[in-house]
Design a protein around this ligand. Sequence first.
Ligand code: UD1
Length: 418
Amino acid sequence: MGQFVVRGGRRLEGTLRVKGAKNAALPIMAAAIMANDIVVLNEVPRLRDIDVMIQVLQALGAKVWWESAQLMIDPTSIDQYVVPAELMQQMRASLFVSGPLLARLGQAMVFQPGGCNIGDRPIDLHVDGLTKLGASSCTQQGQLILQANGLTGTDVHLSYPSVGATENIMMAAALANGETRIRNAAMEPEIVDLAQFLEMMGATIRGAGTSEVRIYGQPRLSGTEYTIIPDRIEAGSFALAVAAASGHLRIENCLVDHLPGLWGRLREVGVKVHEVDAETIEIIAPEQYRRMSVSLNTNPYPGFATDLQPQFMAFLLKVPGVHLISERVFENRLGHARELRRMGAQIAADQRVALIYGGHSLYGAKVSAMDLRAGAGLLIAGLQANDQTVIEGREIIERGYENFAGRLSAIGADVTLA
Ligand code: UD1
């Protein structure tokens, strides 16, 4: 595994453009399976997870290639329904292809997915939803086998607003016969993006972005061209990097409304957040913060994004006072607290709640990225540490951030690859 080497203490200054959203691109690439012609995608980020999804689509028989900045997917030759185990193990989002495969070929075989190590991540809501649409399911040697002789619209009530399950069910329902209603659906902007893409393919979808989504399926879906939304988690990570390191950053191609919890939090603490327009934000962060206590809960959208929790924790280490973070989406997503302690951070944490004693200086150490966002948090801690921090697991962080070191260096950080 490679490393990021960070020398802290540099002020950040400049302009950054946010890339397309990984978590919007992945389900949209999976939905392309259902098209009867070529799909052209703009603003797909060049990331390891995207490469894995390209390999998944190719393993199923699709032709996928880049034409300069555009990702081209020709799904017409898809004739395989088994997702290879080694690809499933690399990325949980491979599970997204199960709904579209079932809708298109009448069967899908996927292994228990891998991905980030953030607790037990069951797939029961995906399976229950697809079963309600008419699929039969069974598990054989760790392999989930789904089969259907046509899908029929239905009512699905999710016991939890799972992002992935909402997306998987929406996709399968787009080729189902009749209307499907998903209640307690996830409301994330990535759901709205997927809905808009499915509409461009010919489906009719109402209510995406609310807790009740209605999908009116079509007998066939066409190819289309679509532009992926900007990555709100990337935008938030850069904002928190400058808040932790101090400086002045202009973030472009950032849909300001997609981070409802973050800007208010930063302002409360004393960061100046200036909304230049709907797609540009400026962050001006001081050298030091006044003493205060910050309390943060992560929650499904529009709550504070769990994917920004580790980065926010790293930032809070700069703010004098006792802070509380409660992780409410995943049951085991505070493992980065242990790594941050190696850098001198004073944090007490169990699986769900962390108490952070901010305002103490950090020192460089050798730490490990446990998952993608935890790794970004360690990098943000490294930006404020006194000397050199070495972060193991560069590839894990690169699953979600394109050219992270290069782009941070361009705004004044001292980050190199090893
Ligand atoms: C997506 C994002 C991930 C983000 C997460 C929550 C992608 C590719 N990934 O992941 O970055 O952290 O949303 O915003 O978009 N659950 C079940 N049963 C299921 C599915 C989920 O119990 O069948 C539980 C999970 O264990 C977890 C919670 O629901 O505790 C949230 O998971 P979910 O919203 O499904 O996240 P993902 O779609 O996996």
